[in-house]
Design a protein. Structure first.
Length: 237
């Protein structure tokens, strides 16, 4: 989840059972469909679509599934009517949450999200109640093998805003405008991209006691498991 550990999120995603993998396929297909619907089915000219396809490949979605999702977006195939809805709210300890969804049933989505928030000590907020705490930012995770001083300097020269090291590797933070240039550089040097996306990142982060942190992590896990939920961003440190 944004604002927390993308490495942890990625590890969870790679450990899903087949049932959850099917949910992930559905989520990614919806993102591809929306991207193709908005800006066309050519990933060379549609950056959002290219990112969505990269994400689909990252979860091993078959090529034919990707192609069908694109065709649904361009109208070549019939499909359900999807709606993008963003919810804002608070988790335990007042942690700010932004929940982005793609759904064919707005009433079902809001009902499920409200229930999850209430059950886990959170609540739904009004529009713009927490959005001001976040900004759009690119983030790319790479393996430790290429987290060298030489590559760090090259990344900074290309506009990387921050490079965060941990035991798993490096997370490079970028502006949305510099994201593609940095991603292409990393691909060019043979780096393994563990994740690469543009999403909402917190301007400042909050720290919670361990018991409350466990509660917010459980809440986010529940939200991320919902078929309609595309992403969950928080300002948890």
């Amino acid at each position: 989840m944004s604002g927390h550990s993308k490495w942890a999120t990625t590890k969870r995603a790679k450990a899903v059972v087949d049932a959850k993998r099917a949910v992930n396929f559905t989520k990614v297909a919806h993102v591809i469909t929306i991207a193709a619907r908005e800006k066309g089915g050519d990933p060379e000219t549609n950056f959002s679509l290219r990112l969505a396809i990269d994400k689909a490949r990252g979860v091993n979605m078959p090529k034919e599934n990707i192609e069908r999702a694109i065709k649904r977006g361009t109208g070549e195939l019939a499909g359900e009517s999807l709606e993008e809805i963003t919810y804002e709210g608070f988790g335990p300890g007042g942690v700010a949450l932004i929940i982005q969804t793609l759904t064919d049933n707005r009433n079902r989505s809001v009902s499920e999200i409200k229930h999850a928030l209430s059950k886990h000590g959170g609540n739904l907020g009004a529009a713009n109640s927490v959005r001001w705490m976040f900004e759009r930012r690119g983030s790319i995770g790479i393996d430790a093998a290429v987290c060298t001083d030489e590559h760090e300097l090259a990344l900074i020269e290309r506009g990387a805003e921050d490079i965060i090291k941990d035991d798993d590797g490096c997370t490079i933070l970028t502006t949305p405008e510099q994201f593609q240039s940095i991603k292409e550089y990393l691909e060019g040097i043979g780096a393994t991209l563990v994740f690469a996306e543009i999403d909402l990142a917190p301007k400042e982060r909050v720290t919670l006691p361990p018991d409350q942190q466990e509660k917010i992590e459980k809440l986010v896990e529940v939200l991320e498991g919902m078929p309609d939920v595309v992403s969950v961003s928080s300002n948890l440190a």
